[in-house]
Write a protein that binds this ligand. Structure first.
Ligand SMILES: Cc1cc2nc3c(=O)[nH]c(=O)nc-3n(C[C@H](O)[C@H](O)[C@H](O)COP(=O)(O)OP(=O)(O)OC[C@H]3O[C@@H](n4cnc5c(N)ncnc54)[C@H](O)[C@@H]3O)c2cc1C
Length: 357
């Protein structure tokens, strides 16, 4: 028996794929709520699962990268990206797990665990449940990681987003560089008149949100639902297993440091763990082999970007125009790396290289 803590994408997807019997525990009454996510999925998600249409809010065909001086580079995506209703997406994934026989316990908060006669006794606010294996898919503040003494070397950005009444071309999402020193701002259309607008940063996130909001000419009345939450910063030093306890997704900080996206990587980690348990392989080794190098690359690029000044960003967006980013998939960053070998971009990187170290 496997107890999984957290009915987010990582936990639900893992549960669909592992052969052993599974119970999933979710602290909230309703799966998928509250939402703290923009819901962007690259086309890589289709390599994992076929998504129902009713979960999809919008389809993105282009991305616009905007520099501090308001110049931009807009490129057409080779494969469209999806904007999902995040609550519906989580429900869709848990239903797939239930179809496979997984038992779901909502409104059960995991507190801690102890070991007894080779079994793991998990302690919830509503009683105790025994299992052979415990999986922490319980997000950035993972109680499983904390109680297994695996919650070390952790840092987060804080993401703050509003649903805004904003007219935009619904096929294009916008990324704003330079105003947030350690991340970026975004405006992602849900429809022609509604967008998910947000920023993330380790500090002062509200201040940066106000700067973006001003730039977009948004008034308080335009901002409806506020969503905020931590986004873990990947760190290869984080240990993700101990005896029969495993961490996946945000609980293991398996998030792209370039964009803060963690849904596809969390699901990929869930699949890797399921395969490891099904085939008796070592999870710690396997995920590092399959996605560790990619996550490390995202982190290095983030560290480089965080050293750029506003002026550097103005130049960066100009030189990026020589690269056809439409062929690049952020969830497979090691594929197609050759496309970045453009003299102007390489020159920019060399000129700014010393800043990253
Ligand atoms: C503002 C913002 C925007 C984002 N936008 C995107 C995006 O566009 N695309 C993208 O890919 N990623 C995005 N992310 C990141 C993405 O939301 C996460 O990477 C993703 O949700 C990770 O999935 P997970 O299953 O690992 O964890 P989660 O989705 O966090 O799921 C963990 C689950 O565990 C439950 N839980 C926690 N503690 C307990 C407990 N003690 N007991 C029981 N249950 C518990 C939680 O309620 C939750 O349901 C965004 C994040 C933020 C904050």
């Amino acid at each position: 028996m496997i107890n999984v803590i957290g009915a987010g994408p990582a936990g639900s997807f893992f549960s669909q794929l592992v052969k052993d019997d599974v119970r999933i525990f979710e602290e909230h009454k309703e799966i998928g709520k509250p939402i703290a996510c923009t819901g962007i999925l690259t086309s890589a998600v289709s390599d994992l699962i076929k998504i129902d249409n009713n979960v999809i809010a919008n389809r993105i065909k282009k991305i616009r990268l905007i520099s501090p001086d308001n110049n931009y580079y807009e490129f057409k995506l080779k494969n469209e990206e999806l904007i999902v209703y995040r609550d519906e997406f989580d429900k869709f994934l848990i239903e797939k797990a239930q179809d496979k026989g997984v038992e779901v316990y909502t409104h059960h908060r995991f507190l801690d665990f102890k070991k007894e006669n080779g079994k793991i006794i998990s302690n919830f606010d509503k009683g105790k449940f025994k299992s052979d294996i415990l999986v922490g898919a319980d997000g950035p503040t993972s109680k499983v990681a904390q109680s297994a003494d695996l919650f070390k070397d952790r840092k987060n950005w804080v993401g703050k987003q509003f649903t805004a009444n904003l007219e935009m071309d619904k096929e294009v999402f916008h990324v704003y560089f330079g105003d947030v020193p350690d991340f970026f701002g975004w405006a992602v259309p849900e429809s022609d008149t509604k967008a998910r607008v947000g920023v993330a940063s380790e500090k002062n996130v509200s201040e940066y949100f106000n700067i973006l909001s001003k730039k977009l000419n948004l008034k308080e009345k335009d901002l409806t639902e506020c969503q905020a939450g931590p986004i873990p910063i990947y760190n290869s030093k984080i240990k993700t297993s101990k005896d029969n306890i495993y961490l996946i997704g945000d609980a293991a900080a398996q998030v792209k440091s370039t964009t803060g996206g963690g849904i596809v990587y969390g699901m990929r980690a869930g699949k890797i763990l399921a395969n490891c348990l099904n085939d008796e392989k070592n999870y710690e080794e396997e995920w590092r082999k399959e996605i560790g190098k990619e996550l490390e690359l995202h982190l290095r690029v983030r560290k480089f970007l965080n050293k750029l000044s506003k002026e550097d960003y103005n130049e960066f967006i100009k030189v990026l125009k020589n690269v056809d980013l439409g062929n690049f998939n952020r969830d497979y960053p090691l594929k197609n790396l050759k496309m970045f070998m453009k003299p102007s971009l390489v020159g920019f990187m060399i000129k700014n290289f010393y800043k990253a170290f």
